[in-house]
Design a protein around this ligand. Structure first.
Ligand code: NAD
Length: 516
């Protein structure tokens, strides 16, 4: 029986979730393309969340004791399970989030790659090592290791319901922590499926990864349930609430928030490639991508050609729920209102080029036509606020310096892209872009390279998932010294002679005093 079949009832939907307390309230998740019910899930209250965290804490000890090899084997079993059932999971993602099946396959593939990397690199990144003790402690051996924190609470969004939470979950598990995950109320079935898959693939550490379902209150309860760290991915306003709730108990937070990512198209760019990448970066997943391209600054030398290429491509895009559709519906209906507001403001302030597909033929109002927004003032909502829809604002600038200045003039700072044929020029612009990630001559690529850290600056949050930084994010550094030999003089003892510190001062003067 497939996991989806097992999840047909509230009780079974809790295969990877708590069900003991789910006696009263439930909620439905629906298919945004058809309105059909995908599943019914418990609204876990504070008591249920606390019980789940307690079970996770009990499991955390065993999970940590399995060591790097034991965890690596089990993470491999999990990714094997996901790989074998990839189509089943992709179908569920398609039904609950709305994105095309092929996009869901891509998302799951990236997730499996991250699981493999995290499992394979945990020991090398976090395992015990000896470091140099230095001259002042030459009689000591010095050791460093990164220990698990215990239980990590993970709160996720709906736009990439597999990849985004797994960016925290996989790395937290590989580092030796247990995880309690609260998926978005728009994608609880995917979250429950991921936890049920864990129980099936890793039965001897089933409670190391559990799911609780519900709305914001369930997420807030998780912040206050005694977790050792809270990894949040979602919007900046909610991130602030999460941080405030966690501050009550000094629970550290990792915040992966929204963005307003820009692409710079320089004089010497491959304009066709830049246009292709911009359209994919802006419109795929209906623009509901935290690292999606929302703004382009193209130099006056390439602007006309770039706009012509982009608009030609965008005209051919059609949203829908069928296999040929370029992208699906807005997953969260209220986001459609934000997109419509930004586009109607753009109609008043600049120019809007829409796709040629007839909106009257779209399955319902949650499917939005692609729109290119030209020549908007920098004060426009579509330039300043996260749109999170199938739109792309293109602005003409004098040169790449002006492009960079405008790209950086945002409170967000998640990612971005630079198109230029000059490697040194592109790398220089990439370095000076105020963002956590920048791709040169492509878009979004950094998310598919597990060794690279992922995270933002400013209102895009702080902390890093993925890569070595992502593993360390879920640990505490532990320092140990061991006295190897007893020297005749111990500087940190009341028995030291006065001459010892005089000699020390002379030696330090000789070594460091010559530097001016
Ligand atoms: P959201 O902030 O509305 O919700 C995110 C999660 O927080 C949901 O699970 C929700 O139930 C929960 N939540 C709501 N109120 C809460 C509270 N008071 N306490 C605790 N939890 C609470 O975000 P969303 O609409 O689900 O996701 C879209 C946003 O996520 C966009 O801004 C997007 O850019 C961002 N995002 C960022 C990244 C990244 O890696 N930086 C990745 C994906 C999405």
């Amino acid at each position: 029986m497939s996991l989806v079949e097992q999840m047909d009832t509230v009780t079974d939907a809790s295969a990877g979730t708590v069900d003991r307390h789910a006696t009263t309230q439930t909620f439905e998740s629906t298919n945004p393309a058809s309105g059909a019910v995908v599943g019914v899930f418990p609204v876990h209250d504070a008591g249920a969340v606390a019980e789940t965290v307690a079970r996770a804490r009990a499991a955390a000890t065993h999970w940590a004791e399995l060591g790097f090899d034991g965890r690596r084997q089990r993470l491999a079993a999990y990714r094997g399970y996901l790989a074998r059932r990839m189509n089943e999971l992709a179908d569920l993602v398609h039904r609950e989030n709305g994105k095309p099946h092929g996009d869901a396959i891509l998302e799951i593939t990236l997730t499996i790659d991250h699981l493999a990397w995290a499992g394979a690199h945990a020991r090398g990144t976090l395992g015990p090592r000896r470091v140099r003790a230095g001259m002042l402690a030459a009689d000591h051996a010095a050791y460093l290791e990164y220990q698990p924190l215990g239980v990590i609470g993970v709160i996720g969004p709906w736009n990439y319901p597999v990849l985004t939470p797994m960016g925290s979950i996989a790395y937290a598990l590989a580092a030796g922590n247990a995880v309690v995950f609260k998926p978005s109320e728009y994608t609880p079935a995917v979250g429950a499926w991921l936890a049920a898959a864990w129980r099936a693939a890793v039965p001897d550490a089933a409670d190391a990864f559990q799911v609780v379902t519900g709305f914001g209150e369930t997420g807030a309860a998780l912040c206050r349930a005694g977790v050792d760290k809270l990894a949040f991915t979602g919007s900046a306003p909610t991130g602030k609430k999460v941080m405030a709730a966690c501050a009550e108990n000094l629970v550290p937070v990792l915040l992966e928030l929204g963005g307003k990512d820009a692409m710079i198209v320089d004089d010497d760019a491959d304009v066709v490639a830049a246009a292709d990448a911009a359209v994919w970066g802006a419109m795929s997943n209906a623009g509901q991508t935290c690292i999606g391209i929302e703004r382009v600054y193209a130099t006056e030398r390439v602007y006309d050609r770039f706009v012509a290429e982009v608009t030609a491509q965008v005209r051919t895009l059609r949203p829908g729920s069928d296999d040929e559709a370029a992208y699906g519906p807005m997953t969260m209906p209220s986001q459609g209102d934000v997109v419509r507001r930004h586009v109607s403001d753009a109609e008043a302030a600049g120019r809007v080029v829409r796709g040629e597909a007839d909106p009257a033929l779209f399955p319902n109002e949650h499917f939005l036509a692609p729109a290119v927004l030209l020549d908007l003032p920098e004060s426009s909502p579509a330039i300043r606020e996260e749109t999170f829809g199938p739109t792309l604002a293109i602005t003409k600038v004098k040169d790449a310096e002006e492009a960079l200045e405008r790209a950086n003039a945002t409170s967000y700072g998640l990612a971005g892209a630079v198109f230029s044929r000059s490697r040194s020029r592109a790398m220089d612009l990439a370095r000076r872009m105020r963002s956590g990630m920048t791709s040169v001559n492509s878009v979004l690529t950094f998310a598919s390279i597990p060794a690279l850290p992922f995270g933002g600056v400013g209102e895009s949050g702080f902390g890093r998932i993925h890569g070595e930084d992502g593993l360390k994010e879920f640990t505490r550094a532990k320092a140990i010294t061991r006295r190897r030999v007893a020297l005749p003089v111990n500087l940190m003892s009341f028995s030291r002679p006065a001459s010892a510190t005089d000699a020390l001062a002379r030696v330090m003067g000789m070594i460091h005093g010559r530097h001016r």
